[in-house]
Design a protein around this ligand. Structure first.
Ligand SMILES: *Cc1c(COP(=O)(O)O)cnc(C)c1O
Length: 401
């Protein structure tokens, strides 16, 4: 049986589109930004020279300082990845029991970090526009066991940081931000990472800025930074003092050296992604049934992702149908974040996980689709994807195969 025969029957319009716009080679949802190999080899030569491979080496120190400068923050602790950064951040504020209010619309690591710290996640519904925690729904979830709020700046769009802080202050709660998507995002005239008790970043290869695997904690004081730095190194303060039950969460020199080269490229990467985002917006704004995110006032965005919401009635196709069709065009979109974390079998029995408590998150998770976006993606490729999305809209009343 031929490949074509295995595929579902197509209407003539789709076949025509496939003929015109199908990509020869797969277009993935993201591709890592790569520094020049020669530059990285120079860093490697230095490592062979010094033999200092990890434990606060020169690349580690340089990257910590470089990131603080770039972000405009004071206290940066580098970590081996974003998930361990989250575990350490919770420990640093002694959030190791009780409940933490968080969002179901996130990457699994956010919720798993709570579970690994023996904390019960309490799922709170999200805002339809930003996909972030809806502050108006937080207070009703606060109980005697609530210790903290763990919001996520989803797709790099800042949370309502003032409203969240006001609630936290009123009830004496910590706020730990999962800012894995928010590298380089500024809100007003400061980094968005300067809110809450601390923020964690992820530098995974699929993120805007990468150290292959990696992460960081941005904290708000010297005392906090020191505690975090001890905790990521087994709690060791000096040769004879261990201040607490730490973990091995250190970033090594190979990661830090990679990150230093990435730091030289990040502004150019953001500029390219902004240009591609503008092309997507121009191409999709007028397509009925697709909703896109626009820039927020007072925010310097990082254009890390390009999500669209598919309204099945107005677009004439469901998100799942569109996702599968795009694959036939060799365009690999991702259903970020579907399913919701509250649907995972080990969390679904929590009282807050019920579908009726999370109507907005449920709807967004059913409709969201992230389209390909990375600096080396061509402008013509984005124009092609827009043409495909516009063409695939199935207009009501028109015959469909
Ligand atoms: C990627 C990601 C993480 C985990 O980061 P790693 O560096 O991969 O461990 C945590 N939270 C969110 C929202 C993420 O997207």
């Amino acid at each position: 049986m031929s490949v074509a025969a295995q595929q579902p029957p197509q209407d003539a319009a789709v076949l025509e589109l496939l003929h015109r716009y199908r990509f020869e080679r797969p277009v993935h949802v993201t591709r890592p930004t790569m520094p020049s190999r020669e530059d990285y080899q120079r860093s490697l030569a230095r490592l062979w020279e010094t033999g200092w491979l990890t434990n606060d080496g020169e690349f580690h120190q340089e990257l910590g300082a470089g990131l603080a400068r770039y972000l405009g923050v004071e206290h940066v602790s580098l970590c081996c990845n974003g998930t361990v950064a989250l575990l350490i951040a919770l420990h640093a504020f002694r959030i190791t029991s009780g409940e933490v209010i968080t969002t179901p619309f996130t990457f699994p690591a956010t919720i798993h970090a709570l579970y690994w710290n023996r904390i019960r996640p309490v799922f709170c519904d999200i805002d339809e526009k930003t996909f972030n925690l809806d502050p108006q729904r937080i207070e009703a979830l606060i109980g005697p066991d609530t210790r903290a709020i763990l919001p996520v700046h989803v797709f790099g769009h800042p949370c309502d940081v003032e409203a969240i802080q006001a609630i936290a202050d009123k009830h004496g709660l910590h706020v730990i931000y999962d800012a894995a998507h928010a590298m380089g995002v500024r809100y007003g005239d400061a980094s968005v990472l300067e809110h809450g008790d601390c923020s964690i970043l992820s530098f995974h290869a699929t993120k805007l800025f990468s150290t292959i695997e990696g992460g960081a904690i941005v904290s708000r004081s010297e005392v906090q930074r020191k505690r975090i730095d001890y905790l990521k190194n087994f709690g060791i303060e000096d040769e004879e003092t261990v201040i607490g039950p730490g973990i091995n969460g250190k970033m090594n020199e190979f990661q830090a050296a990679f990150g230093l080269l990435q730091l030289e490229m990040i502004e150019q990467e953001i500029t390219r992604r902004r240009r591609l985002t503008e092309i997507y917006r121009e191409g999709l704004r007028a397509v009925p049934g697709l909703r896109i995110q626009e820039d927020m006032p007072g925010v310097r965005h990082n254009y890390a992702y390009f999500p669209v919401l598919v309204d099945p009635e107005r677009y004439g196709r469901s998100r799942d149908e569109l996702h599968a069709l795009l694959r036939q065009f060799n365009v690999h979109s991702r259903k970020y974040f579907h399913p919701l974390c509250s649907h995972y079998p080990f969390y679904s029995a929590l009282p807050s996980a019920g579908r009726e408590n999370l109507p907005v998150a449920e709807r967004v998770a059913e409709r969201v689709l992230c389209l390909p976006l990375y600096g080396t993606l061509g402008e013509d490729a984005v124009e092609g994807i827009c043409a495909i999305l516009a063409g695939l809209r199935s207009k009501p009343g028109e015959a469909r195969a």
